[in-house]
Design a protein around this ligand. Sequence first.
Ligand code: MOS
Length: 743
Amino acid sequence: MTESMIGRALPRVDGPLKVTGRAPYVADITVPELTHGYVLSSRIAKGWIRSIDTQKALDIQGVLKIFTHENRPRTAWFDRSYRDQDSPDGSPFRPLASERIYFSGQPVALVVAETLEIARYAASLIEVEYGAEPPTTSLETQRDKAFDPGKAKSGYEPPPNSRGNPEEAFTEAPIQIEAHYSTPMQHHNPMEMHASTVIWEGDERLTVYDKTQSVLNSQSYVCSVFNLKKDKVRVLSPFVGGAFGSGLRPQYQLFMAVMASLELKRSVRVVLTRPQMFTFGHRPRSLQTLRMATDQDGQLQSITHEALSETSQFEDYAEQIVAWSGSGYQCDNIRLDHKLARLDTYTPLDMRAPGAASGVYALETAIDEMAFAAGIDPLEFRKKNHADHDHLHDKPFSTKELLACFEEGAARFGWAGRPQSPRSMREGHQLVGWGMASGMWEAYQRPASARAILTADGRLIVSSATADFGTGTYTVMSQIAAETLGLPLRDVVFKLGDSSLPFAPLSGGSFTASSVGSAVLAVCQKLKRKVFDLASGLKDLPFYKHSFEEVVFADGFLHLKSHPTQLLSIASILRYAGVSSLDEEVKSLPNVVKQERFSRVTHAAVFVEVKVDEDFGTVTVSRVVSAVDAGIILNPLTARSQIVGGVVWGISMALQEESIMDHKLGRFMNHDLAEYHIPVHKDIPDIDVIFIEEKDEIVNPLGIKGLGEIGIVGVPAAVGNAIFHATGRRLRDLPFTLDKVIA
Ligand code: MOS
């Protein structure tokens, strides 16, 4: 028997292409006579365009056309009922629809020219006169206009709002805390800018390279908006340079590039600039209040979690911020409330662990405050109030290994040696603190399809219209296929990022491995059965009339369990059977009836050490241990990368990241990577990742619960709790910059 492919720490199968620069990204795609579009962004955040004069720009040689709301083609279909797969309820932003301005940086014109330089220069000559109105961009000022998002067509469900009698239980309990928390707006900032290269194939047929987390979502957007048949539009996205949620919705550069291509009958590329990456979608700002109370023994008696977050004037973006407080701990009296308020910004957008990153931050900080008030070690407090059952939804957990995460994480970190009081540890000028927090994210499975073709030479091509935006999809899907059919990895190719491939859901929510992986497993199982049927039907072969269970598939060969040395290759079986190839497609559906009876959640326990400079208020994270319960781990190497990425982002969220709004201009002022701070190598210590593996029989046939989001959840709270332990100062407004630490 060969070693299992599942669970092997294999390097990325697409790694060599990436490190040698042969993996093409959207802005690398080129064709003869490609034209270039440059987007002109609005200088105001609210109001209207009084006039737009493009004459000077048009006079520049090499400029082909300038599109504005005044001359955009009528072919663009602006049906207000249109929704993409990730759009919240409301009316999606329609570029160049009218003179109205809804947010700063809104595209007001597209210059198309023979070169990018000409397009960009010409755009600088466009004269726009605006009628400006004062924008509303501060969430704090909109409390009285907040509204209940309610159940949305897009799938958002508000959490059940109460259980027991939280007010009374709070008043009667001997130990209480109440605190206000805030999280800032943040932008995704993947390394690769959003871009679309549209290749005009003639006859209104387009090949579109788009930076996206779903080629099918981009395809249906283009077809709906421009009223094109699906067979006219093929969307490709073989490599994505990071996305983190920013690619879940088609962004406006796609609209611009397709519009220009159809109108000019030319190939067009539109790449956004880094500042323009701040003009669509962001993690919404949240203002949160938590009230908690325990009895004398530190048993939770009451939790109230209220949140206010922002949305735009045109869509109702709601994410699960408060629900985690209802299911995370054992408590009989709970009230949850989440409201939205409208700002003059683009609609917020899912960003790694949307809702959980901000909601669990507040919850896990409040839990630390509660533990401190009750005089109990924060880890002990969490164990004491651990929820064995999801009381919010009144369901058992499919699996929950949080206690094991606590155990192993604490042991690795050395938590047992932690002094209870703040300001107890010091190294010269540095105050040292240890903090921890729990993380949670849902384990989803969505319907997905996969196709598998076994060719006469024994090679396997598996495909699905999913994405790999750095997550390792190419690699783990190849592993599942190789494992199922007993093939060496080199004989397996996995294809993705092409709208002509079988259906896959959006790649997001940490459900790609679970959804697409289940389809890959199913289609390869079907193919395996077919190979067996061929083999056992051939009189001359040793498998004749043997049962499926008696045959072993390994390393590209078949043999009988009883005769391990009598090998026949898969290729030779196809040859004997006179079959040139086998081709199967399977749609894999979640077993909803079985799954719905359980709460399916991934968990993590994060332990952090910080060092705080007493004089300067600078915070260094010096150690992190993250123990994660995410079911079966397909590939410990790519899985670890996911968690490390999440932890780095969590540290960034804790200490640095914030999109700073100038409320007078309604504009993000730090819209580049010089001013929008993210960590560099020196800011990041060694990150110790532990996987508590378990086979979850409920979540999907592979027993995997998903990774990606879970890595970030809990990290900002753990950092803040460590700062409290170091300094005795409780910080509640992210990010914890030195001015707040030292204040
Ligand atoms: Mo993630 S926010 O689902 O890319």
